[in-house]
Design a protein around this ligand. Structure first.
Ligand code: FAQ
Length: 316
C-alpha cells in the first residue's frame, strides 16, 4: 500500500478549500512541473502569437487599424512577460524557458502555425482565436497557483477587448463590397477548425487533464470549454451574416447545445509535432529576434550593474 505524505494531504486540503498555492509554499514536484509546463507554454504562445498578426502591421488598411493592431500585438508581448514572471516563481530561469522554445523542447499553441493571408485574418484571429483564448483563460483566473491566477486577471481584461475589435473588424467587412464579404467568409473558413483545436485533444486523449483538474490548475475540461466556444460562436456568427464551415453544426434541443462535426485530429497532432504550415518559420523568427536582441539585453545588464555600483559607492 502506498502511503501519502502528510504534507501532500495538507496541500490537497488547501486546494480543496480554494486557498491559493504561493511560490514559497510546499508543493509536490509534479504540481510544480505541470504548472511550469503549462505557464511557460502559455507564455510562449503569447510571444509566438505576435508573429501572425505582426505580419499585417505594415499593411493595415488605415492609420486607425494600424494603431489598434500595434497596440494588440504589444499587449500579447506584455502577456508573455507576465506569464514568464509567473513561471520564474516556480524556479526556472527565463533563459532556460526561451532555450526550450527555440530548441523545440517546449510547446506553444498550435493555432499560431497557420498563415495570415488576408486582412480579414486580423478580424478572424481577434474574434475566434482571442475568443477561444478568453474562454480558457477566464477559468484560469481561478487556477490554484497564485501568481498564474493573478496574471490571468489582467490578461483577460485585455483579451476581451481584443475579441471585440476582431468582431468589429469582421462586421465592417461583412457589410462591405462583395469582395470584402468573400474575404471575411474565407478567413472564417480557414480559422474555424484550428480555433477548435486550441482547446487541446479530446478529454479521452488528454494526458494531463485528470491530475490538473484534481489540483484545480484546470477548472473545466478541454471538451467542456470547446463546447462553450461552439455555442458562443454559433450565435455570434448570425450577426455577421456569415456561416461556419461545418455541415454538422446543428442546435441540439435535448442537450441545450450545438452539435458539431469531427475535428481533424491528425492535422492537430501534425501541427503540435512541428509539421504545420508555419512551424519552422515561427521558430526561425523567434530565434532571429532573440539573437538580434542580444545587444539590448547586454546593454540593460551593463546599465543595471553601473547603477548598482553607484548605489554601493554612495552608501559606503
Ligand atoms: N497546441 O493533456 P492535454 C492566446 C499539448 S494564448 C499545442 O490536454 P493540458 C492569446 C499539451 O501541451 C493560447 N499543444 O494538455 C493570443 C500536452 O502536451 P505536453 C494558448 C497542445 O496542458 C491570442 C498534450 O497536447 N493558451 O491565444 C495544444 O492539460 C491571439 C496533451 O494535451 C494557453 O496556453 C495546442 N492547442 O491542456 C495571442 C492556455 N493542446 O505538454 C496572440 C493555458 C494541447 O504534455 C494572438 N493552457 N497540447 O507535452 C491550457 O489551458 C492547457 O495547457 C491546454 C492543454 C488546454 C492548452
Amino acid at each position: 500500500m502506498t502511503t501519502i505524505h502528510p504534507l501532500e494531504i495538507n496541500f490537497q486540503d488547501k486546494i480543496d478549500q480554494e486557498a491559493k498555492i504561493e511560490p514559497k509554499d510546499w508543493m509536490p514536484d509534479a504540481y510544480r512541473k505541470t504548472n511550469l509546463r503549462q505557464i511557460s507554454q502559455h507564455a510562449h504562445s503569447e510571444v509566438v502569437g505576435m508573429l501572425p498578426e505582426g505580419n499585417w502591421i505594415t499593411r493595415a488598411p488605415s492609420l486607425k487599424r494600424k494603431a489598434i493592431l500595434i497596440a494588440k500585438v504589444q499587449d500579447e508581448a506584455g502577456h508573455g512577460l507576465y506569464l514568464y514572471c509567473a513561471a520564474e516563481t516556480l524556479g526556472q530561469s527565463r533563459e532556460q524557458m526561451i532555450d526550450d522554445l527555440h530548441s523545440g523542447k517546449a510547446k506553444y499553441s498550435s493555432i499560431f502555425n497557420y498563415p495570415t493571408l488576408t486582412w480579414a485574418d486580423m478580424g478572424a484571429i481577434g474574434w475566434l482565436v482571442d475568443g477561444a483564448a478568453i474562454l480558457n483563460q477566464v477559468m484560469l483566473c481561478r487556477t490554484s497557483y497564485g501568481p498564474y491566477a493573478r496574471a490571468m486577471v489582467r490578461i483577460c481584461k485585455e483579451e476581451s477587448f481584443h475579441q471585440r475589435q476582431g468582431f468589429e473588424t469582421l462586421l465592417v467587412l461583412s457589410k462591405g463590397t462583395e469582395e470584402q464579404k468573400a474575404m471575411c467568409q474565407d478567413a472564417i473558413n480557414r480559422w474555424w477548425w484550428p480555433s477548435l483545436m486550441m482547446f487541446g485533444p479530446k478529454d479521452s486523449e488528454s494526458t494531463n487533464s485528470d491530475q490538473s483538474m484534481k489540483w484545480k490548475i484546470k477548472r473545466k475540461s478541454n471538451d467542456e470549454l470547446r463546447q462553450n466556444f461552439v455555442d458562443m460562436i454559433a450565435e455570434q456568427i448570425k450577426l455577421l451574416g456569415m456561416t461556419l464551415p461545418d455541415s454538422h453544426l446543428k442546435w441540439n434541443e435535448q442537450r441545450g447545445s450545438y452539435d458539431f462535426g469531427e475535428i481533424n485530429w491528425d492535422e492537430f497532432w501534425n501541427v503540435v509535432k512541428g509539421n504545420g504550415p508555419c512551424n519552422k518559420e515561427r521558430i526561425d523568427a523567434r530565434r532571429k529576434a532573440h539573437e538580434e536582441g542580444a545587444w539590448v539585453r547586454e546593454a540593460a545588464l551593463a546599465y543595471a550593474d553601473k547603477k548598482n555600483k553607484i548605489k554601493t559607492v554612495s552608501a559606503a
